[in-house]
Design a protein around this ligand. Structure first.
Ligand SMILES: Cc1ncc(COP(=O)(O)O)c(C=O)c1O
Length: 490
């Protein structure tokens, strides 16, 4: 319904004078002029410029817009590092149960026993799966979980009088939120490079470590989709100097039920419940970045902490060393209900199957594509792998961006591109466990076809997409100055 200006009057594409989406009964009380109710300066002289539309016009308009979007319910979404798996519809039903959805966040504990029990039990489940001791559900996203985790580490060292710990080590393969979070919490960031096999460079890690370092932030498997083969040594080095191990759990899907971060030496981790535990995400939220910790960090947890005693669940605010609240109320509770439903329906065996199929699918696609697209770190991967477009670029200038745009013409969401930064022209593919072999085959065929097009008809790929509603956008402007709202004066 974007407006156009004609003779200085606003005209909407869909607007008919006098058309309305509502009908009200005749006024049967005396009409009171607005000027008697509001201060004069607040009463507008002319009515607002709004489209005049029927209810059906409005429904069609928004339905039409929704069809321009792409979602996991519509097609394959191999967006590396984002775990765009299917979100079972049962979880939506459970999250909408009125006892959960309509519960007031200030309801007294006695009236919220079911919801508190759900939080308690979800905490127990996540602790069991990850090898942690306790979980807080307040953070609203992975990056928010990172911040909470580092604040816990900082509070721990402050309580111990170790004020000299002023830096955090972060690998060069890390997601941008890791160094950004460390800097926001006030740490200096020390970068450790990746070795030729795709692991953290152990020698450099040793040389960086001393008692001024608060710890390391690692993603395992890392953002190359590779398991840190020397994780025990890393943990030993960090702990030998009294540092803390932070795990970015965005890639937890790869190891669910197989190995536990808590057993690998991590002291604190965040879970992207909106990735691993099937709560719908994308478009900026809502997320749930729960944080799991080892017991020594428990005194500093954000308040309130869900507790259990004498058969009763309650919110514990009496935590004098707490870092305080990091989000209002209990976190994004609806997402926690969905995550709970997921874990409970899968059970222990199902949770392990998730990781096994996610890893199998990623390795299958990697093995089928590696003769066509370069794979810099070519070894068995976990839930995702990083190919790249260097061959295509060297051949006749078709870039990874062009390939990603052409993928859209084949009806798929594009993979993640140009991340991680250490792989030139990177194409990060994460198929997830929920896709069928047929879908994987269709995607593989599309990627091979695009390579052929790039060789035989490069212009076709360089000018893609050809079938989408909008073509190439100014992505930087779209991110920095998003145009989200219609404004009359533009
Ligand atoms: C490896 C990694 N770490 C951290 C994050 C941040 O998570 P969130 O987007 O929930 O803030 C992401 C998100 O894409 C990620 O892929």
């Amino acid at each position: 319904m974007s407006p156009v200006k004609k003779d200085s009057t606003l005209i909407f594409e869909r607007s008919t004078p006098g058309r309305r989406a509502h009908g009200l009964p005749e006024l049967d009380v005396p009409e009171v002029p607005l000027s008697t109710l509001l201060p004069t300066g607040m009463v507008r002289g002319t009515p607002p410029a709004l489209p005049e539309v029927s209810e059906l016009d409005v429904v069609r308009h928004y339905t039409h817009l929704s069809h321009r979007n792409f979602s996991i319910d519509e097609g394959f979404y191999p967006l590396g590092s984002c775990t765009m798996k299917y979100n079972p519809k049962l979880h939506e039903e459970v999250a909408r149960l009125s006892g959960f959805a309509r519960l007031h966040p200030y309801a007294p504990d006695d009236l919220a026993q079911g919801a508190l029990r759900l939080l308690w039990e979800l905490g127990e489940e996540l602790s069991e799966i990850s090898g942690m001791d306790t979980v807080t559900f307040q953070p609203a996203a992975g990056a928010h979980g990172e911040m909470t985790g580092l604040l816990l580490i900082r509070a721990y060292f402050e309580a111990r009088g170790e004020h000299q710990r002023t830096s955090i080590i972060v690998p060069d393969s890390a997601h941008g939120t890791n160094p950004a979070t460390a800097a926001m919490v006030g740490y200096k960031v020390l970068t450790v490079r990746t070795d030729p096999r795709g692991n953290v460079d152990l020698q450099q890690l040793k040389s960086l470590m001393d008692d001024t370092v608060a710890g390391v932030m690692l993603t395992n498997p890392n953002t190359l989709g590779l398991f840190e083969e020397q994780i025990d040594e890393v943990s030993e080095i960090i702990h030998r100097y009294g540092g803390q191990m932070y795990m970015d759990g965005a890639n937890f899907n790869a190891i669910l039920g197989v190995t536990r971060p808590g057993d690998q030496g991590f002291d604190v981790m965040h879970y992207n419940l909106h990735k691993t535990f099937t709560t719908p995400h994308g478009g900026g939220g809502p997320g749930a970045g729960a944080v799991g910790i080892k017991q020594h960090l428990a005194p500093y947890l954000p308040t309130p902490v869900v507790s259990h005693a004498d058969g009763r669940y309650f919110l514990d605010y009496d935590r004098p060393q707490s870092i305080g609240k990091v989000k209002a109320f209990w976190g994004n509770f609806g997402n926690l209900v969905r995550a709970y439903a997921y874990v409970r329906t899968l059970g222990a065996e199902g949770v392990r199957n998730v990781a096994e199929y996610a890893v199998l699918h990623a390795n299958y696609v990697r093995a089928r594509l590696k003769d066509t697209y370069n794979v810099k770190y070519d070894r068995i991967c976990k839930h995702e792998f990083v190919a790249d477009g260097t061959r295509q670029k060297a051949r006749n200038g078709v870039t990874t961006r062009d390939i990603a745009k052409r993928v859209l013409d084949y009806g798929f969401h594009a993979p993640t591109v140009y991340f991680p930064l250490i792989v030139e022209e990177s194409i990060m593919i994460e198929p997830t466990e929920t896709e069928s072999l047929d879908t994987l085959e269709e995607f593989i065929a599309a990627m091979i076809a695009i390579d052929k097009e790039a060789a035989e008809n490069p212009e076709l790929v360089k000018t893609a997409p050809h079938t989408t509603v909008v073509r190439r956008l100014d992505e930087v402007r779209a991110a920095r100055q998003p145009d989200l709202r219609w404004q009359a004066d533009r």
